[in-house]
Design a protein around this ligand. Structure first.
Ligand code: COA
Length: 339
């Protein structure tokens, strides 16, 4: 037999063995996947049945809570305390189970499963989301800078507004995926991105008339400032994320809950004045636009629309931020050693 052919045969035999091994591993993988999907179904149905029974249970508890002896009332209180914790526990459990997409995700992505099944992949996705926000915000900052300091080209403004529309639409999708994976993003921030996408869309269609020229510089300066604040916000939020991850893992970073809390408060107190200044700039934009809409030569509907959007943004941002800070202050005062 020629030497070349013996080499081929030997190599083939080796390949064949490796192929058998790969096939076996793949078969095991499919089997485990099957087991996992059965476990997922079991978990989901036992959680739903627990939730249903918990509801019935709370009716029962309400009915029998009158006229009890002190000891019985104490037992009932203990049960009530435990029942209060359950919804949170179920929320966390559900974050690791596949679920049907909500209306928005089903419309945009179809019925594809977006649940990430491990803590690491959830953190990685959130980390990537924060990075995406940061990189894109830097691009927006540069673009606003170019539009603000260079001669007025309506074409450049249109690109900036198009980028803003695209950015906010992308955020709504990414945030819906994050929410499916157990993130506690408040509904307002998602709604904020819909309103912002609409606002940038309206700005895109605003004709290059006199009114547009009057508002242009104010809007570009606001975009510059907003991108700057968003960079600070991204830095704060990725800092929180890294510290929370380190807290969850407790590997090599010697980080305590108190350490996290004090870092978070420092970050928040630094960030808040910038945020509130931005909110009042939104109010200022809306007042300027409402005033402009009352001028006799103002015929463009975009003026009123943008004014309304800025007003909604101001109210939502301001009140939600105040509520978030109040809630954080309250939880700090109540249990200083916990998150
Ligand atoms: N956009 C997207 N996600 C947000 C968010 C926002 N503006 N604010 C909070 N979140 C997310 C957090 O990342 C966290 O997610 P997780 O559950 O996946 O970890 C969740 O919502 C809960 O966050 P919370 O603890 O309530 O707040 P925080 O400490 O992360 O951030 C603020 C608090 C006040 C800094 C933040 O809400 C914020 O920046 N708000 C102002 C935004 C604004 O006004 N922008 C306009 C500037 S001109």
């Amino acid at each position: 037999m020629p030497r070349g052919l013996t080499d081929v045969l030997e190599e083939w035999k080796c390949l064949e063995e490796e192929y058998q091994h790969a096939q076996e591993t793949h078969r095991m993988y499919l089997q485990k996947l099957d087991e996992i999907s059965k476990l997922q179904n079991n978990c989901s149905s036992s959680i739903s049945s627990q939730q249903k029974r918990l509801k019935e249970m709370s009716h029962l508890v309400k009915k029998c809570s009158k006229g009890l002896s002190e000891e019985d009332a104490k037992t009932l209180d203990e049960i009530k305390e435990k029942m209060k914790m359950r919804p949170n526990a179920f929320f966390e459990m559900k974050a690791f189970l596949p679920k049907k997409n909500g209306l928005y995700l089903s419309l945009v992505l179809g019925n594809v499963n977006v649940t990430l099944l491990s803590k690491q992949s959830k953190f990685a996705y959130k980390d990537e989301y924060e990075k995406f926000k940061l990189y894109f915000t830097v691009i927006l900052l540069l673009f606003s800078f170019i539009c603000f300091f260079f001669p007025s080209y309506r074409f450049l403004d249109a690109i900036l507004n198009f980028l803003l529309v695209w950015y906010y639409c992308t955020l709504t999708i990414r945030e819906s995926i994050l929410i499916s994976n157990g993130s506690r993003i408040k509904g307002w921030w998602v709604f904020h991105h819909y309103v912002s996408a609409f606002l940038s869309g309206v700005m895109l269609t605003w004709p290059d008339g006199n009114q547009y020229k009057i508002f242009r510089n104010q809007f570009l300066a606001y975009s510059l400032y907003q991108s700057f604040v968003q960079c600070l916000q991204c830095y704060y939020q990725s800092g929180c994320l890294y510290r929370l991850r380190a807290l969850g893992e407790r590997h090599n970073m010697d980080l305590t809950v108190e350490g996290f809390q004090s870092w978070m408060w420092k970050g928040l107190t630094f960030l808040l004045p910038f945020l509130f200044f931005g909110h009042f700039w939104q109010l200022f934009n809306s007042i300027s636009l409402f005033r402009m809409a009352q001028l006799p030569d103002c015929r463009e509907g975009q003026v009123m629309m943008c004014g309304l959007c800025f007003l909604i943004l101001f109210m939502g941002n301001f009140f939600t931020t105040v509520a978030v800070v109040r809630q954080k202050l309250k939880s700090r005062n109540q249990k200083p050693k916990h998150l």
